[in-house]
Each structure stands twice: as structure tokens, then as C-alpha cells.
Design a protein around this ligand. Structure first.
Ligand SMILES: NC(=O)c1ccc[n+]([C@@H]2O[C@H](COP(=O)([O-])OP(=O)(O)OC[C@H]3O[C@@H](n4cnc5c(N)ncnc54)[C@H](OP(=O)(O)O)[C@@H]3O)[C@@H](O)[C@H]2O)c1
Length: 434
């Protein structure tokens, strides 16, 4: 079905058989999400099912889950290919929420988002691909608003810590001081994590799309590329005080008192935070009259920090340069990078962790400090938690969420309710006056 098809009258939410369908349960991240839901769905009163394109693999996932909890022998399975619109049209109205780990999303994700918008089914995913998010906004926002669905992209390590971190700072500024924010900066702190094959495939897919399409290149350079309405003069950062341009090199941040370097995920995280602000602005002032946001990696203040920040910047540039050259890319794919379906070991996931430091200034110049942290590998252990809690929040907490629908961010869809859930699940979200 195409964009011009009229929305089907949605099946009433109370008539839906499931609260959450996990699509992509056979993938590396999907299995981790399935394990998280297996452990927490009952306590949340969540009726759930697993789905994917391969029935045998889905049965194997169910057997693994049932080996730990025999009640899951009867876990429902649904089979659908992400490019089969008829199969998606049968699956999507069965549930209140679809939670999808089928990626690369730009390659496999748009038909599902369209089906969710049409059927009034809420949706969350793990994309970090700005071109995919832009397509979902352009194609699904108005339809999802009409059917009262919340479509939430980027509900994993990118971009929940950044998006909810900034949102939490705004919540504190309003409640404690009755004012908005002038700016927020987030900095990575101590972090241990790795990448899966699906994540690498998504990053390489984005590079390929940028190589082929001028529109994608412009989008990636546009600091407001995910705002509801793209501004005139797309791609020209508002550099009034250097805030809105992406950090390209090593810089000493005077507010933090540390050396900083570009953070690879800033290209999506900063756009998501700015979209949240823009969506809140539609209902009022947003995070602040001239709210600005940026993020970077941070290192020690002295010469060692300068050297490390420089090495990281050069290393990152070298990796992307190599990945852009076909022979080097083939070598990387063959010998260095994980393949789709592979990822870090259980020990690595359990032994991982992350923290992000937050600095903010209110509109009257009051300084805030904060921290967002997790105790497992950010991209897998903590991401499975963030995505699953988002899905359960969308399915069960509707009465406590703002009545905002369409293509949303984690903060604009679930706000402080999701912060509460993630705190209860062991993550740190802390903010206080400096
Ligand atoms: N935001 C974050 O922090 C974060 C963290 C982790 C992952 N991710 C993203 O999550 C995505 C998945 O990563 P991963 O490592 O889990 O990938 P993966 O192991 O390769 O899994 C991909 C999943 O997609 C399914 N799939 C592929 N094509 C399909 C189709 N046409 N129809 C239905 N299902 C299809 C696969 O099914 P089969 O098993 O049948 O092949 C598999 O279940 C990637 O885009 C990655 O970037 C994001």
C-alpha cells in the first residue's frame, strides 16, 4: 500500500490480542529484547508475542525462552517479511505496540512504520539512521496523528540517554526554578561496549546512502534535519556561538574543564534532542526560547587528555576513510567487523557499562549538572532494557503520557514516565543544581 492510501479504520485498542509484538526476535539484539520481555512482561501485565520472517528460527527462540520459563512454551509467534505489506497489515492490528529490531531500518523498516501509522498501532525502534527517521516523519507523521499512534524512533543507546537527559534537565529547571533552559551539553564518560553486525551494517548502509544521494548528505549536515519542518537554508548551522554546528575536531570545553572530541553518535542524538524541543515548542515554549544542545566525547583536562582526544579523532576519521574505500571496506568486512547476527559475548555485555555527564544552564544563568548511566554494555544490555521499557510504557502507560501523537522522540512521547521506568530498571538519571 502506498502513502496515498486512506488510513484503515483502526481496530479499537481494547480489542487487540497483544500489548507488544517484538518484530525481529531472531536477530542479535532481538533475542536480548525477547529475554528482557520474558523476564518483565508478566509483572507489567503485558501480553506479548514474537515475530519475524523465519518461523523455524522463531520457534528456536521460543524454545530457548521456554527452557528458562516453561510458561513461554505457548508464547505466540507471527510470521511476516518486512517487505510484505499484506502480512504486515494482518500483524499490526493484532497489537497495541510493535517493537522492532529489524534493521538496517532504511533498508527494511519503512513499510512497518507505515502500517503502524495506518492502523493506529504505536511503534518503537532502535534506528540510528537519520535518513530513515526523516522518511518516517515525512510519510507517517500526519497519518499517525490522525489514528492516534505514537511512533518512536531511536529508543536505544542512540538516543535515549541524550534525549531523556536533556528532557530531565528541562523538567528540573521548570519544577525547581520555574524557568526554561538556555542550553544543555552532554559528554560521554567511562564507557565499555562493542558493536553487533546489524549495527555495523546500518552504519555502512548510511555511508552508502550518503555517497549515492545529495539529499542524504544534506540531511546529515543539517543540525535541524529531524525538526518537524525543515528550516529554510537547510544545512547551514546556526553558528551564533558555535553551539549548533557538529563538533569536528578536538576542543577544550571551558564549561566542563576537559578536552573533548567528536562523538560518533552525536549526528543522530543531537537531531533527536532538537526534534524533542521542536515538538514541545508546538505546544508552548519548548525547552527554552533559544534552546541549544550539543554533545561530545570527554577526556582528562591535562596533556594526556589532549593526546587521547586527538588519537580518538584521528582513529575515527581513519575508520570512516577506510570504510569509504571499496578494497579497505572489503577487508574490514571480511576480517575485522562482525557479520549480521553476530555481536558481543554474554560476558562482554554483562561486563559493559556507560555514563554520560550533563551540563546545563537555565535561561537566568543558573548551572545544572547531571548524569545518565547504565551497568551493562550500552548498545545491547542497556539497549534491550531501554527498548523493552519503551514498548511497555507505550502499551500500558497511555493515561500517564501527554496526549501527543505522530512520529515522536522518546522524550516527546514518554517524557518523565520513561525516566521513572528506567530508574526502576536500574539506570541512573540524575540532575541537580551545580
Ligand atoms: N540504537 C542502538 O543503540 C542500537 C543497538 C543495537 C542495535 N541497533 C540496531 O538494531 C538493528 C538490528 O541489529 P542486530 O545486530 O540485532 O541485527 P541482526 O542480528 O542482523 O538482526 C536483524 C534482524 O532483522 C531480521 N530481518 C532482516 N530482514 C528482514 C526482513 N526482510 N523481514 C523480517 N525480518 C528481517 C532478521 O531476521 P533473520 O534472523 O530471519 O535473518 C533479524 O531478526 C540494526 O539496525 C542496529 O543498528 C541499534
Amino acid at each position: 500500500m502506498t502513502r496515498s492510501s486512506p488510513p484503515a479504520p483502526p481496530v479499537p485498542l481494547e480489542d487487540r490480542r497483544f500489548d507488544v509484538v517484538l518484530f525481529g526476535a531472531t536477530g542479535f539484539t532481538g533475542r536480548l529484547v525477547a529475554e528482557y520481555l520474558a523476564a518483565h512482561a508478566d509483572a507489567n501485565g503485558v501480553r506479548w508475542a514474537i515475530a519475524g520472517r523465519n518461523e523455524e528460527k522463531l520457534q528456536a527462540v521460543r524454545s530457548e525462552l521456554a527452557a528458562r520459563d516453561e510458561a513461554l512454551h505457548d508464547l505466540a509467534i507471527r510470521v511476516a517479511d518486512s517487505h510484505d505489506a499484506a502480512a504486515l497489515d494482518a500483524l499490526v492490528p493484532e497489537t497495541r505496540v510493535v517493537c522492532t529490531t529489524v534493521g538496517p531500518y532504511a533498508e527494511h523498516g519503512l513499510d512497518l512504520a507505515r502500517a503502524c501509522a495506518r492502523h493506529g498501532t504505536s511503534y518503537c525502534d532502535l534506528t540510528g539512521e537519520p535518513n530513515f527517521v526523516r522518511s518516517v516523519i515525512d510519510e507517517c507523521h500526519d497519518v499517525a496523528r490522525a489514528t492516534r499512534a505514537r511512533l518512536v524512533n531511536c529508543a536505544g543507546y542512540d538516543s535515549i540517554p541524550s534525549d531523556l537527559g536533556a528532557h530531565m534537565a528541562w523538567d528540573h529547571a521548570r519544577r525547581a526554578h520555574g524557568e526554561g533552559l538556555a542550553w544543555v551539553k552532554m559528554f560521554t564518560g567511562r564507557t565499555r561496549g562493542a558493536a553487533s553486525g546489524g549495527t555495523i551494517a546500518s552504519a555502512l548502509g548510511l555511508m552508502d546512502a550518503a555517497k549515492k544521494s545529495k539529499d542524504v548528505r544534506r540531511l546529515l549536515l543539517d543540525p535541524h534535519g529531524l525538526d518537524p519542518e525543515r528550516r529554510a537554508g537547510d544545512g547551514a548551522p546556526d553558528a551564533r556561538d558555535g553551539f549548533e554546528a557538529d563538533q569536528r575536531g578536538v576542543r577544550f570545553d571551558e564549561d566542563l574543564g576537559r578536552w573533548t572530541a567528536p562523538f560518533v553518535m552525536a549526528s543522530i542524538n543531537t537531531r533527536v534532542v532538537r526534534r524533542s524541543h521542536a515538538l514541545f515548542r508546538e505546544d508552548g515554549g519548548g525547552y527554552g526560547q533559544r534552546f541549544r544542545y550539543n554533545e561530545a566525547m570527554s577526556f582528562q583536562p591535562g596533556p594526556r587528555g589532549l593526546v587521547t582526544a586527538s588519537l580518538v579523532t584521528v582513529g575515527l576519521g581513519g575508520f570512516f576513510a577506510a570504510a569509504a574505500l571499496p578494497p579497505a571496506r572489503r577487508l574490514l568486512e571480511r576480517f575485522v567487523l562482525p557479520s549480521p547476527g553476530d555481536g558481543p559475548s554474554r560476558e562482554a555485555i554483562e561486563g559493559g557499562f556507560f555514563e554520560m555527564h550533563l551540563l546545563a544552564e537555565t535561561e537566568s544563568g543558573r548551572r545544572l549538572r547531571g548524569r545518565v548511566a547504565g551497568t551493562k554494555d550500552p548498545g545491547y544490555g542497556e539497549t534491550a532494557k531501554m527498548l523493552s521499557e519503551s514498548a511497555m510504557c507505550l502499551a500500558k502507560d497511555g493515561a500517564r503520557l501527554d496526549p501527543r501523537f505522530g512520529v515522536l522522540t522518546p522524550a516527546s512521547a514518554m517524557g518523565m514516565r520513561l525516566v521513572e521506568r528506567l530508574r526502576d530498571a536500574g539506570m541512573t538519571f540524575d540532575v541537580h543544581d551545580a
